[in-house]
Write a protein that binds this ligand. Structure first.
Ligand code: FBP
Length: 340
């Protein structure tokens, strides 16, 4: 062996790749065809491509707006549009998708020679933080196309209880992919040198209780009385209840949810006078997050109902969203019911 070769110790531990984890997860499962695993691998490819574009956006003239407005009435950012194109192309090529629904597309897109799944996604979450180098992400969930009824569209409008897999990526100090196929929640970190996701957070459990709350306090004047009362309470001084909580708010759902999933506490985007139906979207923001939080032992509600029980009426329905540890979310709901 030459001098130089021995200078680099052979890595003793090679992590579990996403692919190996997914294969192990479906091996021997009744009726498993590997199609879901291959679809999730396609989604991880899209995330890796988006990761490279986000990191170099400032050098490639990819910051700023396209000049167009999307179905949400929001100005479309160049990276939003690019991330959407990447996901559409990768998912079409995967031949595992019958249809996709995206935050950036008014209508759902049906693919020929299709597979048996529907993917709903927010290609780049946290648009207000894209240009200022603060964590952003991609959010997705997967449904069986023909479980919802005759039409494919009905397939996308199934309640979250019908989700077969969900996940999100965070493009932050590291690029992380968190996902579940109904057997717990697992986190993977991208090794940019290798271009591969390795298992870094197996079997994530959302702590029963936390010490932080996350809400846009700037909306306080628009909240209803129960929400204002809850926000006052969580900032009040009460040692026995562990109050006051610390306030953390990034303004990117994936980042605020990721912190809450790992550390516990509560994230809330309630309805208010400006957004009476809530701001966040049910199909590709609230449902995937609610599925992951429940899989990790946490909770997700719109203040009254369980998010996953809500039956969508349209692709871009909005909903109030409250996510977090069981203790905090149950307490929040008690305030909304006037029990506190
Ligand atoms: P998009 O960026 O995908 O439109 O998502 C909405 C969002 O940016 C969430 O990520 C975040 O939680 C929320 O809106 C922030 O809203 P606000 O700026 O009103 O606090």
């Amino acid at each position: 062996m030459t001098e130089s070769a021995s200078a680099f110790p052979v890595p003793t531990v090679v992590g579990t790749t996403l692919e190996a984890h997914l294969t192990a997860g479906t091996r021997g499962a009744p009726g498993a065809t590997g199609e879901l695993g291959s679809l999730l691998n396609a989604l991880s490819l899209a995330v890796r491509i988006i990761h490279t574009r986000v990191r170099a956006a400032g050098l490639a003239g990819m910051l700023g707006y396209t000049g167009e407005t999307n179905v949400q009435g929001e100005e479309v950012q160049k990276l939003d549009a690019l991330a959407n194109e990447i996901l559409c192309a990768v998912l079409e090529k995967s031949r595992r998708c019958a249809m996709i629904a995206s935050e950036e597309l008014e209508e759902a897109r049906v693919f020929k020679d299709s597979g048996k799944y529907i993917v709903c996604f927010d290609p780049l979450d946290g648009s207000s933080n894209i240009d200022v180098n603060i964590s952003i992400g991609t959010i997705f969930c997967i449904l069986r196309a023909h479980d919802g009824g005759a039409s494919l569209l009905q397939g996308a409008l199934q309640p979250g209880t019908k989700i077969v897999a969900a996940g999100y990526s965070v493009y932050g100090s590291a690029t992380t992919l968190v996902l579940s196929t109904g057997h717990g929640v697992h986190g993977f970190t991208l090794d940019p040198g290798v271009g591969e996701f390795f298992l870094s957070h197996p079997s994530i459990q959302c702590p029963e209780r936390g010490t932080t709350y996350s809400i846009n306090e700037g909306n306080q004047s628009r909240w209803d009385e129960p929400t204002r009362k809850w926000a006052q309470w969580i900032k009040s001084e009460d040692k026995a209840e562990g109050l006051p909580y610390g306030h953390r708010y990034v303004g990117t759902l994936v980042a605020d949810a990721h912190r809450t999933l790992l550390k516990g506490g509560i994230f809330a985007y309630p309805s208010d006078r400006k957004s009476p139906g809530g701001k966040l979207r049910l199909l590709y923001e609230a449902n995937p997050m609610a599925y992951l939080f429940e899989q990790a032992g946490g909770m997700a509600t719109n203040g009254v109902d369980r998010i996953l029980d809500i039956v969508p009426k349209g692709l871009h329905d909005r909903t109030p969203l409250v996510l977090g540890s069981k203790h905090e979310v149950a307490t929040y709901r008690a305030f909304m019911r006037g029990e506190r």
